[in-house]
Design a protein around this ligand. Structure first.
Ligand code: SF4
Length: 201
């Protein structure tokens, strides 16, 4: 399993990324995806992403064991899931939540467009522990379902507030915290109580 130790965006915060095999190609973000560009540019990143995906998809018990060992040994204060890619399945989501619940020393963060998994997770009684911050990704023409909005999840908007004028999210996008692009000196997404917005990148 490749744990990312440094990144131009997240800085020194550890994280893990996957490839894009789980992404819905019909989503508006798929073609202009920065992560797709990154993997096309850096062969080692693409290889690590594919290896991480294969491990969590094909050998989830082994992946969980290795990830728990990493957390026990390194005990990071903050961790970023899904630097690239998204939840692989409901099982994948449940494992990561369960791992977070057992590792209260670490604050986890994930952004996701797998809103259907989140709905399913909630419908079977799933809950996110205090140290797992989940933000629902939003694009100007891709919005989370009402049930998740009512459940109170925070949002991560892509674009600028002007892209959301005339949508049900106009007010929230206008009030959202503007991403500064350097997570280890910001940390807002892990603890802030407003939505976040970041321009197309
Ligand atoms: S708002 Fe801060 S913590 Fe969130 S993605 Fe941007 S730089 Fe990172």
């Amino acid at each position: 399993m490749h744990i990312q130790k440094d990144n131009s965006k997240t800085g020194k915060i550890d994280g893990i990324y996957y490839d894009r095999s789980m992404c819905d190609k019909n989503l508006p973000c798929y073609r202009p995806c920065y992560w797709g560009r990154c993997m096309a540019r850096f062969q080692n990143v693409a290889q690590y992403a594919e290896q991480n995906t294969a491990l969590w998809r094909d050998k989830p018990e082994e992946a969980e064991k290795r990830f728990r060992a990493y957390l026990e040994y390194e005990r990071p204060d903050f961790f970023r899931h899904l630097v690239g890619g998204d939840f692989l399945s409901l099982d994948n989501l449940r494992r990561l939540v369960s791992i977070a619940a057992d590792n209260e020393q670490t604050h986890f963060l994930a952004y996701t467009k797998k809103h259907d998994y989140i709905e399913e997770f909630l419908s079977i009684g799933g809950r996110f522990p205090f140290n797992f911050r989940l933000r629902l990704s939003v694009w100007p023409n891709f919005f989370p379902p009402d049930r998740l909005i009512q459940a109170g999840f925070q949002l991560y908007f892509t674009g600028t507030p002007s892209h959301y004028i005339g949508t049900p999210f106009e007010q929230r996008a206008a009030k959202a915290y503007e991403c500064i692009g350097k997570c280890d000196t910001c940390l807002y997404c892990w603890g802030g109580y407003y939505d976040v917005i970041n321009d197309f990148h």
